[in-house]
Ligand binder design. Structure first.
Ligand SMILES: Nc1nc2c(ncn2[C@@H]2O[C@H](COP(=O)(O)OP(=O)(O)OP(=O)(O)O)[C@@H](O)[C@H]2O)c(=O)[nH]1
Length: 498
């Protein structure tokens, strides 16, 4: 059986001070937060806050008019949990004979995610009506918020970059809900502090989002706001119509978004203001409380620290990547011949050893071709060392052209001597490859007037092939190829010997 997963935003719902339930319409799982568990006297089945439908059906929920418990068929809670949109339905939960709580039930079905969130807002105070109760409620709310923020901050300590937005959005949802705001957001400044962009946002259900239009806003567009942010670090306005005349641009922007109250807190990294978190009230005002400010400051600090951490980590990773790239380049250089760009003697030695092992394991033939330019000394003497270098490069290009199979390697063995390692190739294959090299050289026709072999540059080639066993040494193969090359030289040059 697959384990039923809580939604990732569950910690927010769980910590909310009013009852909330969440149901995944596809699976039978129902989650009830602490307040909902208390209201309906439910005990969760395990640590996941999951409650059973049976327990819910049994919960005493009364019809406000008749004071009778709802039947299974007209129980609004059960209907809501089945995905029916129910708004503003007042129900009474009977917790004890003398204790009634009136709640407004609002369900928000999310058809996209096949889930429903049910929020129950208290409409009348409980029968325990004393200032003590109200005071403890405030404390409870503060505790719930702190608990939630500590949960989110734990998530943020080692957050992976791809999850960063999700957790920041959770924090914004928390601060938005607890401050009773309509919108909560993060703006970040660019490095030069000339522009700001709205990077994250939470909006209350039904409130318009403006995030797309709030990108790369120049500092000059909101000079008053920008000044206050840089100097005071807090921008708290309970009624935007009361802003001074110099805040004309800000007033226009707030008007455009129908914002009536704004509370923003700077996010700082050392002495630098890197952005801000804020809350808006849309179409209605709110007198921001000291608790609102405390919450926003806390969340701002948490997000600023996280952004800093991520930035440090990103620059460390980029430095590490640069080192890795430089290292790989150095390694590559250490294996390459500087003049011709093909494999050098070091790579040749490594490769030959590996291919011998492979040949022994797979019992397939391994061929080695050694070749040496004929009369290269007089070539250098008459055409110059630079022309000699160019000829070596052209020959190296010919060698790479004839190698068609993956695993074949052309190397500069030393001076004007080259080698080819041809795995899984017979002696006949090696001779064929050698003939192709000769052919390409004929086509290149590199003039060599001072050779007694031809008017053009030629090579002598020695080939050998072996099916290796575990005792075969690279030197044996090199010796055999060298011997064949020597034979090609002594037998007249510009020829292939095996
Ligand atoms: N231009 C240039 N010449 C090189 C390089 N490495 C080796 N040589 C030259 O290659 C020539 C090799 O000459 P030798 O070994 O005497 O043989 P050869 O003249 O080619 O005669 P055979 O091999 O007997 O046909 C020398 O003159 C080296 O200086 C190089 O990197 N660049």
């Amino acid at each position: 059986m697959t384990e039923i997963q809580q939604p990732h935003f569950w910690p927010i719902l769980e910590a909310l001070p009013y009852p909330v339930m969440y149901k995944d319409l596809v699976s039978p799982s129902i989650f009830a937060n602490n307040a909902a568990q208390r209201l309906f006297n439910l005990s969760p089945e395990n640590a996941t806050a999951m409650v059973s439908m049976a327990a819910l059906k049994a919960a005493a929920i009364c019809n406000t008019n008749t004071q009778q418990p709802y039947s299974l068929f007209n129980n609004p809670l059960i209907q809501a949990l089945s995905g029916n949109e129910i708004s503003q339905h007042v129900l009474v939960a009977k917790q004890a004979a003398s204790y009634h709580m009136h709640s407004r039930l609002i369900s928000l079905p999310f058809t996209l995610h096949q889930s429903v969130i049910i929020s129950l807002q208290r409409t009348e105070p409980t029968t325990i009506e004393s200032s003590d109760a109200l005071y403890s409620e405030e404390i409870q709310e503060a505790l719930a918020f702190d608990k939630l923020i500590s949960l989110i901050s734990t998530e943020l300590i080692n957050v992976q970059e791809h999850e960063l937005d999700m957790h920041i959005n959770d924090a914004l949802a928390a601060v938005g809900e607890f401050c009773h705001a309509d919108r909560a957001y993060v703006f970040q400044f660019n490095n030069e502090l000339t522009e700001m962009s709205n990077t994250n946002e939470w909006v209350r259900h039904g409130v318009t989002s403006h995030i797309e239009n709030l990108q790369q806003i120049p500092q000059q567009a909101l000079p008053y706001f920008y000044q206050i942010m840089q100097n005071n670090f807090i921008f708290s306005v309970s009624d935007v119509t009361q802003l001074p005349a110099e805040a004309k641009a800000e007033k226009e922007e707030f008007d455009r978004e129908d914002i009536r109250s704004v509370l923003c807190c700077a996010m700082r990294a050392g002495d630098k203001v890197i952005g801000f978190v804020g809350c808006d009230m849309v179409s209605r005002t709110r007198v921001w409380t000291s608790n609102d400010l405390r919450r926003l400051k806390l969340v701002g600090e948490m997000i600023a620290n996280t952004l800093q951490n991520v930035a440090y980590r990103r620059s460390l990773q980029s430095m590490q990547q640069q080192l890795l790239t430089a290292n790989a380049e150095l390694q590559q250089q250490a294996m390459q011949d500087g003049l011709t760009g093909i494999a050098n003697r070091r790579q040749f030695d490594q490769c030959l050893q590996q291919e011998l092992h492979r040949s022994a394991r797979s019992e397939t033939p391994l061929s080695l071709v050694m070749l040496d330019i004929d009369r290269f000394k007089p070539y250098n003497d008459h055409y110059g060392h630079q022309a000699g270098d160019d000829a070596l490069k052209q020959l190296a290009t010919c060698l790479t052209k004839v190698l068609k199979r993956q695993g074949d390697i052309a190397a500069r063995y030393g001076g004007e001597e080259f080698a080819l390692i041809l795995p899984d190739s017979t002696l006949e294959d090696a001779v064929n490859v050698s003939k192709q090299i000769q052919q390409l050289l004929i086509e290149l026709a590199i003039e060599h007037k001072h050779s007694d072999i031809s008017n053009y540059l030629t090579v002598s080639i020695g080939c050998c092939s072996v099916v290796a066993n575990k005792d075969t040494e690279p030197s044996q193969l090199i010796k055999a190829a060298d011997k064949a090359l020597y034979a090609a030289k002594t037998n007249g040059r510009n020829r292939i010997e095996t």
